[in-house]
Every structure is written in C-alpha cells, then in structure tokens.
Design a protein around this ligand. Structure first.
Ligand code: AMP
Length: 281
C-alpha cells in the first residue's frame, strides 16, 4: 500500500492503473478509521480492482466554532487499518496541497440543506460538495462509496453528481454499528464513560420509532415527541434535532408516507453524534 501526498503523483498512478483496464473504487474519509470506514472498503473491493482511500480533514466544511482542530487524527494507526483492509493507495494531501490558492469558485448547495445538519451547520455542505467535487476530479474513480450514516451527505452528493454530470457511480453503504447499536464514528472517542453508556439510546430511539410506524403510527409530531422525551430521559445529551422527513428530498412531512428518514443529532459534552434510519412505508 502506498501513501501519496501530492495530486500529480496520484494522477500518474491512476493513469497507469486505468491503462491496465482496471476500475477505481474511491472511499473518501477524514481518517481516524474505524470499522465503518473499513466496511466501505470491503464493499468497494466487491466491485472495483483498485481501491483509493482519501484521508483529509477538510477545513471548508467546519464552522468557526466547530471541532476542526480537535478532530481526531492518527495517520500511523490509519495506515495499519487501511493496509489490513487491502487499500491500494491512501491519498493524504495537506491543506496546502488541496487549496494551493484561495478558491475563486466554490460549490453552493441549494437544495436539501435547510434541514438536519445543514440547518445546524450552515455552510457545511458547501464545504463538503466543494471538496468532494475536487476529489472526484483528482481521483477520477469508477465508483465512490459513501455511508448512509451521513444520509444527508449522500443526498447532497447524489444531486452534485447529477447537476455537474460527474462520471462516477455513487454507492450507498449501510451504517455499521457497535454491538449495542451505537453507530461507529470517529467522534465516539470523545464520549465520557457515562456518555458511552448512554449513546446507544440514540439508535434505540430510532428503532422504537420504526416499530411505532410499523404498528400504524402516522403522525410525525407524535413520533418526534416520543423520541425527544426518550432521549431526555435516558441521556445527558442535548437534542440538536430530531427530524422525520421525506427521503431523499428532505422535505417536512406531517404524516408518514413513502420513503422517510428518521434522524437524530445529539450533543454530548465533547461530541455531537448523528444517526438515522430510512424506511419505506
Ligand atoms: P468520515 O471520515 O466521518 O467523513 O466518514 C467517511 C465515510 O465513512 C462517509 O461516507 C461516512 O458516511 C462513512 N461512515 C462513517 N461512519 C460509518 C459507519 N458507522 N458505517 C458506515 N459508514 C460510515
């Protein structure tokens, strides 16, 4: 496995791989790898010959009071995990390499960002879309693998690909969880012991909502009320949002119908955790 730090070196490598007729699978990450990231690599290996993983903590997608500086980083550890998973190349640019000069153009996401994380993190998805478009142009992958853990991100990238005719196939991968249901996340390391015990309540609350829907509950306000009270009773976290929306359009709905996303963001002392489930009724 190689670690490549420059765009030109990566371009040379990808050109050589493509000349051999191989397909390229791309797994973009911010590093501090866990089993969730590795599950994307496993999926990529089922479809593609050559696997590129990027590790880049993108300053553009962090707000001024967010955790860009604090975001966990450990290349040595990531290198071991990626190698074990048979990643072919880690693309590991620094901020200077990705943004060599001030950008004259950025992507502004117009649709699907007035809810969920887009609402509480203004500008976040502009930063995501901008870096993902750059990465797509740099890596030129056949397929790109994204986790449904970040379902709003998947919806935004799907629109980005369609809007800009990006020749890449988007692969949506399911959320990998700990045994107690907590979604794997690089931010889980910032939970205190007590918060770690409480964090599975996020998924429990989502599952309870699914059960209630399956039992015939249609009212999104009733379902949301129950989730908020569950989280308040069982955790010390502060509810950032509890939402039930149409998916992938992310419009508000009062009654459950068609494909919906049930999503939670909960702020613990040092980690804001997100999770969601999508169901079709
Ligand atoms: P991140 O490093 O958090 O930006 O995540 C990189 C990619 O891994 C994104 O496509 C995420 O949706 C995906 N991902 C993160 N956590 C999980 C998980 N628990 N299961 C599956 N995919 C995940």
């Amino acid at each position: 496995m190689q670690i490549v730090r420059t765009i030109s070196q990566l371009n040379n490598l990808i050109n050589a791989v493509k000349k051999e007729g191989k397909t390229v699978g791309f797994v973009p990450t911010m590093g501090y790898l866990h089993e969730g990231h590795i599950s994307l690599v496993e999926e990529a290996k089922k479809h593609d010959d050559f696997i590129v993983m990027s590790i880049f903590v993108n300053p553009l997608q962090f707000g001024p009071n967010e955790d860009f500086e604090l975001y966990p980083r450990d290349l040595k550890r990531d290198e071991k995990l990626a190698k074990m998973a048979n990643v072919d190349v880690i693309f590991y640019p620094d901020v200077q390499e990705m943004y060599q000069k001030d950008l004259t153009c950025t992507v502004h996401v117009q649709k699907g960002v007035n809810a969920l994380c887009g609402k509480s993190r203004p500008g976040h998805f502009d930063g995501v879309a901008t870096v993902v478009l750059k990465l797509f142009n740099i890596v030129q992958p056949t397929r790109a693998y994204f986790g449904m853990k970040d379902a709003q991100q998947v919806a935004v990238i799907e629109n980005l690909i369609a809007d800009f005719n990006v020749p890449v196939q988007l692969m949506k991968c399911k959320t990998l969880r700990e045994e107690d249901g907590l979604a794997r996340s690089s931010r889980n390391v910032y939970l205190t012991n007590v918060e770690r015990q409480q964090a599975p309540e996020i998924y429990r609350s989502l599952k309870q909502a699914v059960e209630n829907i399956e039992a015939g509950e249609k009212s999104t306000s009733k379902l949301k009320e129950e989730m908020i009270s569950h989280l308040s009773l069982t955790t010390t976290g502060e509810v950032d949002y509890v939402e039930i929306l149409s998916y992938p359009s992310l419009d508000e709905i009062s009654a459950i119908e068609g494909q919906v996303i049930i999503a939670i963001a909960l702020k613990f002392s040092k980690a804001r955790l997100i999770d969601n489930v999508t169901i079709t009724v």
